[in-house]
Design a protein. Structure first.
Length: 190
């Protein structure tokens, strides 16, 4: 009987489950950070970022190998790859990655474009599979992958006739004369 009081009901179990994706739920954040795959990923990233030597971009093959190593770590730890993660791995700023990707004269342009596309693909597949929150995907898509909401609106004039410039000037003059705009500097003499 005493052992029964330690058992949680199904409702209590549900109430104590961490809510994944809720940034305001500290319990959820602690549970996420305590996951073995997250701990392993963070351990390797910190070691690489803090203890490793900065990577020098001097060779396309070496850069491809470094980025592949990062993607393998993400695969091993079941972590979504990110541009910031690649930047941390390479000891550079994510703006550097975008600068190379957008520079057709950079020998690293294609490597970084492929890395960016791979990160985008991972997020997109996660969103389609329901493993990545759609709001997170939309935010990241707009801020990191140049996705945008757009609506094309065409404005056309109601009439296609050209206005006679003298008629237009006369209409404007008449409108000005009809308006009764008080002049604060004008005082009638009594």
């Amino acid at each position: 009987m005493a052992g029964d009081s330690l058992q949680l009901t199904e409702r209590e179990k549900e109430a104590t489950k961490p809510i994944r994706g809720n940034a305001y739920n500290n319990k959820s954040r602690q549970s996420y950070m305590a996951q073995p795959n997250v701990k392993e990923f963070n351990r390797v990233m910190v070691k690489k970022a803090m203890l490793g030597r900065p990577f020098k971009f001097d060779n396309v093959e070496k850069l491809e190998k470094e980025i592949t190593d990062y993607f393998e770590l993400c695969d091993k730890t079941d972590t979504v790859p990110t541009i910031t993660g690649i930047a941390t791995w390479l000891h550079c700023n994510r703006d550097t990655i975008y600068a190379h990707a957008n520079n057709p004269n950079s020998i690293f342009s294609d490597v970084f474009k492929n890395a960016i596309n791979t990160c985008h693909l991972s997020l997109e597949n996660g969103a389609v599979d329901g493993k990545v929150n759609s709001v997170v995907y939309i935010f990241m898509g707009k801020n990191y992958f140049n996705l945008e909401d757009s609506k094309n609106i065409t404005v056309t004039p109601a009439t296609t006739t050209m206005a006679n410039s003298q008629e237009t000037m006369d209409a404007i003059q008449k409108q000005i004369e009809e308006e009764n705009i008080p002049n604060a500097d004008f005082h009638e003499k009594s």
